[in-house]
Design a protein around this ligand. Sequence first.
Ligand SMILES: [Zn+2]
Length: 483
Amino acid sequence: MTRATLLLTLASCAAVPSGPAGERTEEPERLSPPVEGVRYRVRVDEALRRMGIRVCFDGRPPEVLVPMSSSAARVLVGAQGDRGQPLRHEPTGRIELGRLGRGACVRYEVDLARAGGRQAVRRGSDLLVAQALFLWRPPRWAPSVRIAIEIEGPPGVHVSSAWPRPTGSQGRVLFRPDRSVWKAPGNVVFIHAPPLHVEVGSTQLEIAILEGELAVARADVERWLTGALRAASAMDGRFHRPQVHVAVVPVGPGSRPVAFGLVRRGGGPSVMLLVHENAGAEALAADWTAVHELSHLALPRMHREDRWIAEGFATYYQEVLRARAGLITPQEAWASLAAGFERGRFRGRRPTLWRDAERMADVGRIYWAGAAFVLDADVRFRQRGSSLDRWIGRFRPSWQGSTDAWRGLEVLGRIDRLFGQPLARPLAIRYGRMRTYPDTDTLLRRLGVRSLGDRRVQFDDEAPLAAVRRAITAPRDAVVNAE
Ligand SMILES: [Zn+2]
C-alpha cells in the first residue's frame, strides 16, 4: 500500500458508521470520565513505514489522547476527527479531541521513518516496532477497560507479538491485551517468515526472527531459546508465565554471539535479542543474554534508581541458572562471576550506588556491585536454611501480570516479610549507600572460589561456605510451568 492509498483507505474507514461519530455535546462536563473501552484499527502500508490508526471508544471518549513516550511525538503526522476535521496536536504529541459524542472515533497517522533508536528496528523488509510509537492512550481509564487492537499488515506479512490474540497471524490480526499495553513498551514484529511456536512445558514461546544472514538455522534458534527458557525456570523450578515472545534481530558480525538484549513488558513479556550473524549454534546455546533477559521477568519492573537491584539480580542469575541447567559448568559460572566482579571494580570513593544507578553513570558498577549484593543476599538466605530463589517464587503471585514500576526496597521488604525476618532489605540499604566497591574477594574466598586469572577458578572445598557454593549451582530439574 502506498501512502496515497493508505490515506484513501483511512478516509474510507471514516465512512463506516459507528455511533454518533464526531458530534460535539453540550453537556457541561469538565472532566471526562475514565474510558471504558477502546478499539484500535491499525493499518500498515506495504513499506512498513506509515501506520494509519483509527480509534473508537465505547461510551464517552476522552478529551485528549496522549502518546506513551516522548519519542512518539516525533512520528505523529496528523490527526483527524471521523468526518475529516483536523484535530489539534501539540509538540508533545498530545491530540486534542474536544468533546465528542459517545462511541465516537478519531484517526491519526504516524511515520516510522522519523523514529530512531531501538523503538523501530528494521532488517531488510521486516520491522520491529514498540507499540509506544503507534498507540496513543486516554489519560484515564476504568480498571475494567476493554482494549482491542486490530492490526492489518500488508499481504504476506505476519504480525507477531506477546499480546494475547484470539485470531490468526496474517491479514487482520485481533489482539486483546490488558491495560499494561498502555503502561510499558511492548514489541510488535512484522515479518515475512512465519514465527515459530514452541510449547515449553505449559509456556507458549513465540519466536519472531527478522530478516538477516544468520549462520544458524531456525531450528538452532529454537533450541537455543528453549534451553534459555528452561534455564530461567531453574530459579524456583517454574517459569510462571503462560506466554513469552522473543524477537531475534540479526546484526552484523561480532565476537560475542549476542550484541544486546532488552525485555519489554507492555501487554505481555517480549524479549528483543540482537544476534550477531556469525554466531554459531553452540556459542548461542551457552550465551548468557537470553537467560539474563528472561530472569528479569521473575521480578517486577523497578524504578530507575533501583536499576542496580534489577540488573544485579539478572546478572547473578544469568550465571547460576545456566550452570543449574547444564548450559555451562559450575566452574564457568563462578569464573564469570569473579571476572565480572573485577570488571565492575573501581578504586576510591564514588557517589552512592543508588545515585550512580539513577544517572546510569557506571554501567559496570551498577551490574556487578548489584550482582554482588544478590549473591550476598542469596548466601545469607542459604545460611539460614533457605534460598533467595524460594522467596522470589513465593513473591511472584502478588505482582505477576502488573507492569507497574516498583521500588526496589518494597520488593525486598515483601520478600523479607514472606521469609519472616529482615534480611534482603537492610542488606540492600547497606549496598545502596555504598560509595566504595563491595568486598567481593572475601565473599568469594568464603565460598571457596579462588580466581586463577584468565577466567579460570579453583574450588576450595574446605572453605566455610563451600556447601553453599555447591548448592547455588547444583543441577536443578525445572518444570516450565505457567502456574
Ligand atoms: Zn538486564
